[in-house]
Ligand binder design. Structure first.
Ligand SMILES: NC(=O)c1ccc[n+]([C@@H]2O[C@H](COP(=O)([O-])OP(=O)(O)OC[C@H]3O[C@@H](n4cnc5c(N)ncnc54)[C@H](O)[C@@H]3O)[C@@H](O)[C@H]2O)c1
Length: 306
């Protein structure tokens, strides 16, 4: 994110009004409004399910016929979302993914309540220290804390989902990585490393899991103005309003004309990977970034016209 934001700020110094690009919608207007039940009868655990991408995914999964266990550390938000979704469809459980026993308990809760686990969405994540540290100033305690949630927490989720899925020879495990795990230099180092490791762990276990009939995939979203990102931007650019922070994400770090990435877009990617439509998709990193990670304009002179 660093480099991208520097570009935004250079632009801002020259012309702040350049931030809201014409044709960029502020919010995702697309909605499935679908009555299809692509996850009918399936049971999911969603870590980080109380907010942002996890919340949108819980809503999408329930809309598609799944029962969900929301596993998070934000009890009030998690309980409120479960109530909104209906207690027939959604249960909240406190689960700190840095504690393996709590991850195991969330998986076991899904099984005891619904008889099985079909989908494990390892999505809980943190940004880490908000101050922008240069490599030489890196706090390894912050590195450890970020890795504990974003990577070790995902590993625990994969392990315990596999424990109950492999004997049934079915299941879909999905792990939230990030464009920061694909490109260097777009996020603080601990976050980037933690997300690259998520892609690595998916690749490490997908073959073994395939032989048990279980799929393991990653999703790598581009930046979205969820609480996680808004907290980071508020720290980095205190002089900007919340609207300015949102524009940095939606216009500055966005290659796709006319579309702003929303949590619902990631939820639909998770829906696909969770569903039987993706029954042969395994070990994949589904990048949901509008071409951001492949769209760098070459830093070279223009080719002279003939
Ligand atoms: N927002 C983005 O731009 C973006 C981009 C790429 C990837 N991601 C990733 O998407 C995932 C979801 O993030 P989000 O943007 O929805 O942010 P968010 O802050 O809205 O949601 C993250 C959720 O994870 C929960 N969480 C944090 N630590 C936890 C722990 N130890 N145990 C259990 N739950 C914990 C939080 O309480 C929160 O509900 C994260 O893994 C994040 O790294 C986000």
């Amino acid at each position: 994110m660093f480099r991208a934001l520097q570009i935004v700020l250079r632009g801002k110094n020259g012309a702040a009004a350049a931030l809201p690009l014409p044709g960029i919608a502020n919010h995702c207007s697309y909605s499935t409004g679908s009555t299809s039940q692509r996850l009918a009868g399936k049971v999911a655990v969603i870590t980080g399910g109380a907010s942002g991408i996890g919340k949108a995914t819980a809503e999408e999964f329930v809309r598609n016929g799944a029962k969900v266990v929301l596993a998070d550390v934000q009890d009030d938000l998690g309980r409120a979302l479960a109530a909104d979704l209906g207690h027939e469809s959604a249960t909240y459980t406190r689960c700190d993914v840095t504690d393996e026993a709590q991850v195991a308990a969330a998986v076991d809760l899904a099984v005891s309540r619904h008889g099985k686990l079909d989908i494990m969405f390892n999505n809980a994540g943190v940004a880490g220290a908000l101050a922008r540290a240069r490599l030489v100033d890196l706090e390894l305690a912050d590195f450890d804390a970020v890795m504990a949630v974003n990577t070790r927490g995902v590993m625990a989720g994969v392990k315990h989902a596999a424990r109950v899925m492999a004997p049934r020879r079915a299941g879909s495990i999905i792990c939230t990585a990030s464009v920061a795990g694909v490109l260097g230099s777009v996020a603080p180092h601990p976050y980037s490393v933690s997300k690259a490791a998520v892609v690595g762990l998916v690749r490490a276990v997908a073959g073994e899991m395939a032989r048990s009939g279980v799929r393991v995939n990653a999703i790598s979203p581009n930046y979205i103005a969820t609480p996680l990102v808004m907290r980071l931007l508020a720290e980095w650019y205190p002089e900007e309003s919340a609207e300015g922070h949102r524009r940095i994400v939606e216009a500055g770090i966005n290659e796709m004309a006319g579309v702003v990435l929303a949590p619902e877009d990631v939820a639909r990617a998770a829906l696909y990977l969770a569903s039987d439509e993706a029954r042969y998709v395994n070990g994949h990193n589904l990048v949901v970034d509008g071409g951001f990670t492949v769209g760098k304009v070459p830093n070279m002179p223009a080719v002279p016209a003939e």
